[in-house]
Design a protein around this ligand. Structure first.
Ligand SMILES: *Cc1c(COP(=O)(O)O)cnc(C)c1O
Length: 427
């Protein structure tokens, strides 16, 4: 897509023509002068979730009490799984909503390693989310340090080359564990290609979809994916700390054994049997009681995504990230910024990182402007990335224009100099 002018009128025109434009109204937008570009860390609150939450607390908990479990709470993990399945190209019985992404990766990775007892190598990459790497390191420690974790490296801190992937995956590899869209640069792997490579080498493969679910179309069945995890509080707008999900291809469900034998993983939890017999289906990856309120909050958001459709969403996301890059080229490169994301839209997700030595203080100035200007919320990812998440359901082209206008202003006027370099607890 070619853009020919940096005037805001173009952004306004693009918003008027936007086929998904009406979806913005489905979300609570308390302050229209707050430009929110962090939907990839914590998605906005959908309006229907507000009413559902008061029903959940006042009626479901307040009035129904313990009966709530049989009213439907108990089936939430699989029922929400059915809806997520529609967004990731899976069968309804292949997805379970439970725990956190880190715990789900732990369960799946241990189960997968058990199916490759003679192999000792685990392959990941230097772009992976640290929690994923720590979980893998912890598993190696727990299993008696029999495995080695090898990380594919990047030549340019933006992408991983096919050569880097091919050189590490081989006959010694028990497990390949990668994040589909890198949290920092937004680099996106070719899932079918890498999965085929791993499977051909005889390795198990787990994809982490935290930065892709709700941002890019996923076709896990068609792509031959066996195992995946992902979270619901980022692009999916499930709410702060909302439970994560697990995908296990149907044919593998009976073979994989979760290392956490909680009562809800059992075939008949309410028989209170003294010995554990795992459920036959994906429920064997459940553990204990679920956080019902957080769980309920996920559903309205999923319904919005199903209605909008991932293909349309992706089209808009590409148009918007392209527009952001165009404005950055015109305005910000001359001020010392560089691109921290792949230039090819087919090779990146729905966020863009731009880099600047003063990134941290620029972000502080964006979030806390001295005069009552437009306030912009992106986030900072060390060492020098300003990361901007584009959530096409509620971000407008005008948002992008206003955000980049502010970044330019802050740098030209050196507004960031008023801020300390000391990092806050959450950046
Ligand atoms: C956000 C994110 C996580 C977070 O894991 P939690 O257990 O939900 O805190 C893990 N992996 C990736 C790739 C992420 O983007």
């Amino acid at each position: 897509m070619q853009f020919t002018t940096t005037y805001i009128s173009l952004a306004q025109q693009l918003d008027q023509k936007d086929e998904l434009g009406s979806f913005r109204d489905r979300f609570v937008i308390a302050n229209p002068d707050l430009i929110y570009l962090d939907g990839n860390s914590l998605g906005r609150l959908p309006k229907p979730t507000v009413d559902l939450m008061s029903d959940a607390v006042e009626r479901q908990w307040g009035e129904r009490l313990i009966q709530g479990w049989n009213d439907g709470w108990v089936h939430q993990p699989t029922q929400l799984g059915e809806k997520i399945a529609q967004l990731i190209g899976a069968q309804p019985e292949e997805v379970l909503v439970c725990e956190t992404n880190s715990i789900n990766l732990f369960k799946l990775a241990v189960a997968a390693l058990r199916l490759r007892p003679d192999r000792t190598k685990i392959v990941s990459d230097e772009f992976n989310f640290p929690s994923d790497l720590y979980i893998l390191q912890g598993i190696i420690d727990m299993l008696g340090n029999q495995h080695q974790l090898e990380l594919m490296r990047s030549d340019d801190s933006v992408s991983i080359t096919p050569q880097a992937i091919e050189s590490l995956i081989n006959q010694d590899t028990a497990l390949v564990s990668l994040t589909h869209v890198a949290f920092k640069s937004a680099f996106m792997y070719d899932i079918p290609r890498v999965t085929e490579l791993a499977h051909k080498a005889g390795a198990m493969m787990i994809w982490d979809l935290c930065h892709s679910v709700g941002a890019v179309p996923l076709h896990l069945n068609e792509w031959g994916v066996d195992l995946a995890v992902g979270c619901t509080y980022k692009y999916l707008n499930g709410g702060p700390g909302s439970p994560a999900f697990i995908y296990i291809r149907r044919e593998l469900q009976k073979e994989l054994v979760s290392p956490l034998w909680g009562w809800f993983a059992a075939q008949k939890p309410f028989d209170f049997d003294l010995d554990f017999t795992p459920a036959d289906d994906i429920s064997r990856f459940r553990v204990g009681s679920i956080p019902v309120i957080s769980m309920l909050a996920i559903e309205p958001a999923l319904d919005i995504f199903i209605e909008a459709g991932m293909e349309k969403l992706r089209r808009k996301s590409i148009q918007q990230t392209e527009y952001l890059i165009y404005l950055a080229e015109q305005w910000l490169y001359p001020l010392g910024f560089t691109m921290g994301s792949p230039r090819d839209p087919e090779k990146r997700g729905s966020h863009i990182s731009i880099r600047h030595p003063e990134a941290y203080r620029i972000i502080r100035a964006l979030i806390e402007p001295a005069s009552p200007a437009v306030r912009v919320i992106p986030d900072f990812r060390a060492p020098d990335n300003i990361r901007m998440g584009i959530a096409p359901l509620y971000n407008t082209f005008t948002d992008i224009h206003r955000a980049l206008t502010r970044i330019r202003e802050i740098v030209v006027n050196k507004e960031y100099e008023k801020f300390s370099e000391e990092r806050l607890a959450v950046t």
